[in-house]
Design a protein around this ligand. Sequence first.
Ligand code: GA4
Length: 330
Amino acid sequence: MVVLAKPPALDQISLVRSPEPGGGSPFPGVPAVDLCSPGASLAVVDACERFGFFKVVNHGVPAGVADRLEAEAVAFFARPQAEKDASGPADPLGYGSKRIGRNGDMGWLEYLLLAIDQGSAVSKASPVPSSSLRDAVNEYVGAVRGVGASVLEAVAEGLGVAPRDALSRMVADAASDQVFRVNHYPPCPLLQRLPDSCSVTGFGEHTDPQLVSVLRSNGTAGLQLALRDGRWVPVPPDRDAFVVIVGDSLEVLTNGRLKSARHRVVANSLKPRVSMIYFAGPAPAQRIAPLPELLGHGEQGLYRDFTWGDYKKAAYSSRLGDNRLDPFRI
Ligand code: GA4
C-alpha cells in the first residue's frame, strides 16, 4: 500500500480515488431530456430507473437568471473571510466553510445554505449577506422550482400515477421544506502534488434526502455520479442544463422503483467551481410512503412509515456518506 503524505491544509479533508474506466457496460453519458418534448415523461422515468439522474435541456429558464446569481455568488465568495463569517457559521443555515453538516464532514468548499419559503423567496430565517444576492436567489429559485415541479409531474405521469400532481403538490404545499445552496469550490493547487489517481474531496459522496435536487454549475468539472454497479462517472459541466438527481424520499414514494443516486464533487486544481442546487422537500408532516398505485396486488412497501420531519431529523444526525434509508427499510 502506498501511503501519501497529505499537505497540512488538507489535513481533515479526505482524498478520493479518481474514477477508473473499469469493467461493466460502457456508460453512454448523462441522458438529456427536453421536458417539453413528446415522450418526456417516459424518458424521465427511464433515466431515473436506470441511473437516478439525468439532465434537463431546453428548460426555458433564461440564461441571464443563472448568470446573474452566479456573478453575485462569485462576488460574495471573493469578500474578506471575516465578512463572510458574519453570515455564518451554517448551523444549518447561512455561510459555511469546509464543515458540512454537524457531524464532522469536511470538504474543500465554502457555501451558503438557505431555506426557501412558499413565495419562492429566501426565508427570513436565512442570513443573506446582501439584498442584491437575495434578489438574485429569489429570481433563480422562482424559476428553478418550476423545473423541479415539471420533473415530478413527468415522474408521476411516466409511472402512471394519478393525478399528475400527486408528487409535485408535496413540494407546492404551503409548509414544504425547500432548501437552496450555492457551493464555491476554490481551486486546490495542492492537488498537483498528489498522484493523478487521487483527488481531494470537495463534497463527499452522499444521497440527497429530499424528492429531487436540481443542480446547475459553471463550466468547471467536478461532479461525479455513482452508477448502479458502484462505478463513478464524471458529469461534464454544462452551464445550459440542469442536472436532476433523485433523492431518498422519491425512492420511498416509488417503493424503490426509482433509486436515489449517490454523488460527490472533487476539487479542481486550477479553476473555481460554482454550483447552485435547489432541493425539493415536502412539508414536515408529509407521510413518505409508497404511492398505492405503485404497489402491485398484495405487494408490500419496502420501508416503514415515516414523515419527512422524522426523516430529516434522522438525516441531520447522520454522517454525509451514511446510507440514510437503511434504518427505514423493512
Ligand atoms: C445533503 C443534501 C443537501 O445539501 C443538505 C445537506 C445537509 C447539510 O449540508 O447540512 C446534510 C446532508 C444534506 C445530508 C446528511 C446531513 C445533512 C449534511 C449532513 C451531514 C442541505 C440536506 O438537506 O442534506
